[in-house]
Design a protein around this ligand. Structure first.
Ligand code: TXA
Ligand code: MG
Length: 539
């Protein structure tokens, strides 16, 4: 097939509309990315889109309209929230999922009972839709899996010979695809972040839910709320790694991992500090620019022949959430977290919480694994299900919550049972700790603390750069436990006897804080250690 290149003149727009009416495929500009359009009510024309893009048939398409009165025939119901959102953000980069009317072909819906509708803001897109006289089904105009095109040249690279025409409308302003929000769900559910931010949605409809697939890989076997989220996406040929942490930590990491065919996708401010070829996707504080440039930057990496690319992770908030969501998928969820992790451990009563509190006062995020241990066994969690399977459903209360007494009875009955308990809970706690550490890195913290009495037992020391053990003479611990938990000396002594011996904590490489005087002295030691640059740089 010979692909025509059309200009955004009245004549080019007329030709595009004519081709679309005849059931042909035409790539058109929108304010987000280029769309690969077909007559959205013509099932055969829509089916051709999947062939041209090599897109899986069960991934549904968006219907584009150019007049607000044109969405009513496509849906069976327009909820109040949808009306309010349309009023606030249409025309614009917002797609709404609504119950589909019978006229919407199965090919558009990908077999679902709902349909996605959007009113784009781009004047050329609007003119084509109005002249074609039908809603246009249009996914992004790239081959399935590769980065979306934000100019006609990028469309040409993927689609020449596969479609009837490309209508050139210059660079797309937003640069990432529209925000997709499901209005068939209460509260409205964000399926794909885009130019309309979560805050902008909340300003209009109140509370929204953010689908977990926005920032995380789908759990194996789970059904995707938006089918598009389960496919490989936005991926250049190079292998990408999303690097979280401060701007400086990114440069240090990349420079320590330079090599042939290694490149960086980074912020403008970092380019000069890197010892590998670097492509910027915008200024560190300018999320609008990052969205505008990210897809083209991904394609430039391939042009340069990069094989391994370290990507400076954007802050996942505002429009940055959309950029983060795309880069996470481009990286196939490969994340490197450069945040410095300090493990804090020690026997009970030695003063661990005093140290944690002192560091918290310095503004350091402290992740408490006791809290995480409670969170991993929330009702319906995979961890709780596994425990019920292993120790019988007698460990569940009627409302589905964990009956701790019952679990303790069974899990501490034999050493094997205790081992089984740990084998189920410890990996879940570590995974959650890693998630919290990623969040801390996203918020710009250079370092964080993991407060874990069972740091070594759970194998959590392996994720720490530094380990600090707080120790105290037995006598002191005894009295502290008695006062803290209001128990007598025998009970306190029993607890201490059940703990590991001192040399279990004081291993090679572990920094020991001896709590010999009072709490104030211990706090001072803790603060001094945190501020000791020599300690941080020592291996
Ligand atoms: O900005 C955009 O939205 C661009 C331009 C061309 O308008 N279009 C676009 O289309 O990004 P596409 O097909 O690449 O992405 C549509 C997304 C997919 O993730 C798809 O799974 C989801 O919307 N989607 C479509 N219909 C849906 C439905 N009924 N229910 C849930 N998700 C749906
Ligand atoms: Mg797409």
């Amino acid at each position: 097939m010979n692909t025509q290149l059309l200009q955004s003149t009245p004549e080019g727009i007329r030709t595009a509309a004519d081709l679309l009416r005849k059931g042909e495929l035409v790539a058109i500009p929108t304010e987000t990315v280029y769309g690969l359009a077909a007559d959205g009510l013509n099932g055969a024309a829509v089916a051709a889109i999947f062939g041209a893009k090599k897109r899986p048939m069960d991934n549904p398409l968006i219907l584009h309209i150019a007049d607000e009165k044109d969405w009513a025939p496509l849906v069976t119901e327009i909820p109040d929230n949808a009306k309010k959102l349309a009023e606030a953000y249409w025309p614009g980069p917002l797609t709404m999922i609504l119950p589909a009317a019978a006229c919407v072909p199965n090919e558009v819906r990908g077999g679902l009972s709902t349909v996605a509708v959007r009113f784009p803001a781009h004047p050329v897109a609007q003119a084509v839709i109005l002249q074609a006289g039908c809603p246009l089904a249009a996914p992004s105009a790239n081959l399935s899996g590769s980065p979306s095109p934000t100019n006609a040249t990028r469309v040409w690279e993927d689609m020449q010979g596969r479609i009837a025409a490309i209508l050139d409308g210059g660079d797309c302003e937003v640069g990432v695809e529209s925000t997709v929000v499901d209005l068939c769900h209460t509260p409205p559910r964000l399926l794909r972040p885009g130019g309309i931010t979560p805050k902008m949605l909340e300003d209009v409809v109140g509370e929204i839910e953010i689908d977990s697939a926005v920032t995380h890989a789908l759990i194996e076997g789970a059904v995707a709320a938006s089918p598009g989220m389960k496919y490989k996406h936005y991926a250049p040929k190079a292998e990408l790694w999303l690097v979280k942490g401060t701007a400086n930590a990114f440069c240090d990491y990349v420079n320590a991992h330079s090599g042939p065919n290694v490149a960086a996708l980074c912020f403008t401010e970092q380019v000069d500090k890197l010892q590998v070829p670097a492509i910027s996707y915008g200024s560190i504080d300018n999320q609008i620019e990052q969205a505008h440039r990210v897809f083209d930057a991904l394609r430039q990496l391939d042009e340069q022949g990069a094989k391994t690319v370290y990507v400076a992770s954007p802050r996942p908030e505002g429009v940055g959430l959309a950029v983060y969501n795309r880069l996470l998928r481009s990286s196939a969820f490969r994340i490197i977290n450069t945040i410095r992790v300090v493990g804090l451990t020690g026997p009970t009563g030695a003063g661990k919480s005093t140290v944690a509190a002192a560091w918290r006062r310095l503004g350091v995020p402290v992740i408490d694994t006791d809290t995480l241990a409670r969170q991993v066994v929330q009702p319906t969690s995979p961890c709780l299900a596994k425990l019920a399977e292993t120790f019988s459903s007698a460990i569940l209360n009627e409302d589905g919550t964990l009956n701790r007494g019952e679990l303790a009875k069974r899990a501490f009955a034999t050493p094997e049972a205790a081992k089984q308990l740990n084998a189920i809970t410890h990996p879940a706690i570590i995974a959650l700790a890693q998630q919290r550490l990623e969040e801390a890195a996203d918020e710009g913290y250079p370092a964080a603390v993991v407060d874990a009495p069972l740091l070594f037992e759970a194998g959590m020391d392996t994720i720490c750069h530094k380990v600090v053990a707080v120790m105290a003479p037995k006598e002191k611990r005894l009295h502290r436990i008695m006062a803290r938990d209001d128990i007598d000396e025998t009970a306190a002594a029993q607890r201490i006897a059940a703990q590991q011996a001192d040399d279990f904590y004081c291993r090679t490489g572990v920094t020991v804080l001896q709590n010999e005087a009072d709490a104030v002295a211990l706090q001072e030691q803790a603060v001094a250690l945190w501020q000791d640059e020599g300690w941080w740089s020592a291996e």
